[in-house]
Design a binder for this molecule. Structure first.
Ligand code: GDP
Length: 365
């Protein structure tokens, strides 16, 4: 399964946030693999569509879809040179599909800041620089090897060299490679380089209990917003301490608590949804009287592949997918009614599944 890594300097609130994630997390009994690794937290993806489908279909069971967060501890200045847990940190980050970068925006004299003062941009740059340096090392190694082959006019090597030529100067400036625009062919080469600074990133501004009600005009948060804008990255504002408290509440209590705080959605729910999008994921549903269930697919997948997420037999014997869009299901209020209105489509092997589709797979066994 895809996973998002939580990174950040020490004392910014990573553990607090990760605690909130595991407390709010999906029932351990359903996801035994998550209990094996204490650094992995499985979260259920909040989705109003699943709630609505449950109301309409009244199934015996409703199952949300999930994905994982991995807590990646141990970054300090000099990590790319192996300081602290540097090498382990970089190896762990290489394995994640997206990065949630937690940034301290809360002032608290009781909590020591590793660099002496709260300065979100300098914090971000400290970590990004370690990742940039690690990438630069990979790129330089690759460059030496590929430039030799490119002299023989080998087509692939020439193409790769051109990509490396695009990336290297950006890294040398201390900037992340994700800011570079690549075409489709270049993308393929970039993926094969397994760089750290091309991974999609989302910044999590961790604010204090006093700041959380009004973050629009928060100076520190705005600094993060401005930085993120340049990288075309998203910013989620949370108060990790409050999230930890919310995570322990039952649904009803949670709603009341959020109302008191004057917020609609918990920061964690927002974070989960944004990270899910960042990973390029979408949700389709199966809706039967036994079970209404949300399934995660990678956007761009065709119907047989998405069927294979449920069971490999579904993919192998795929015939077609009876498809109703969520909007139509919501409007006509049942599969039968949507079908009678001509809103159930029979889609074949080439159909690219859309976020929100309600699917019924036909297959040969
Ligand atoms: P980590 O080193 O990044 O994992 O940071 P921790 O989660 O251990 O947090 C460091 C300290 O900051 C702890 O004492 C937390 O209680 C505190 N802290 C974390 N989040 C918040 C927050 O939202 N508000 C306040 N006031 N303190 C926080």
């Amino acid at each position: 399964p895809l996973t998002a890594g939580i990174v950040g300097l020490p004392n910014v609130g990573k553990s607090t946030l990760f605690n909130a994630i595991t407390k709010a997390g999906a029932e351990a009994a359903n996801y035994p693999f998550a209990t094996i690794d204490p650094n992995v937290g499985v979260v259920e993806v909040p989705d109003y569509r699943l709630t609505r489908l449950t109301e309409l279909v009244t199934p015996k069971k409703t199952i949300p879809t999930t994905f994982e967060f991995t807590d990646i501890a141990g970054i300090v200045k000099g990590a790319s040179k192996g300081e602290g847990l540097g090498n382990k940190f970089l190896a762990n980050i290489r394995q994640v599909d997206a990065i949630c970068h937690v940034v301290r925006c809360f002032e608290d004299d009781n909590i020591i800041h590793v660099e002496g003062k709260v300065d979100p941009i300098s914090d971000i740059e400290t970590i990004n620089l370690e990742l940039v340096l690690a990438d630069l090392e990979s790129v330089e190694k690759r460059y030496t090897r590929v430039s030799k082959i490119a002299r023989t006019k080998d087509k692939e090597a020439v193409a790769e060299l051109a990509v490396l030529d695009k990336i290297k100067p950006v890294l040398e400036e201390g900037k992340s490679a994700r800011s570079i625009e690549f075409n489709e062919d270049e993308e393929k080469i970039v993926r094969s380089l397994f760089l750290l600074t091309t991974k999609p990133v989302l910044y999590v501004a961790n604010v204090s209990e006093d700041q959380v009600a009004d973050t629009e005009n928060d100076e520190l948060v705005n600094q993060v917003r401005k930085f993120a804008e340049e990288e075309k990255a998203e910013v989620i504002v949370i108060c990790a301490r409050i999230e930890e408290e919310i995570a322990e509440l039952e649904d009803e209590e949670k709603e009341l608590f959020l109302e008191e705080l004057g917020i609609k959605e918990s920061g964690l729910d927002k974070l989960i949804r944004s990270t899910y999008n960042l990973l390029g994921l979408g949700t389709y549903f199966t809706a039967g009287v036994q079970e209404v269930r949300a399934w995660t697919f990678k956007k761009g997948m065709k119907a047989p592949q998405t069927a294979g997420i449920i069971h490999s037999d579904f993919e192998r014997g795929f015939i077609r997918a009876e498809t109703i869009s969520y909007e139509d299901f919501d409007k006509y209020e049942s599969e039968q009614a949507a079908k009678e209105a001509g809103r159930m489509r029979s889609e074949g092997k080439e159909y690219v599944v859309k976020d929100g589709d309600i699917l019924l797979f036909r297959f040969n066994v």
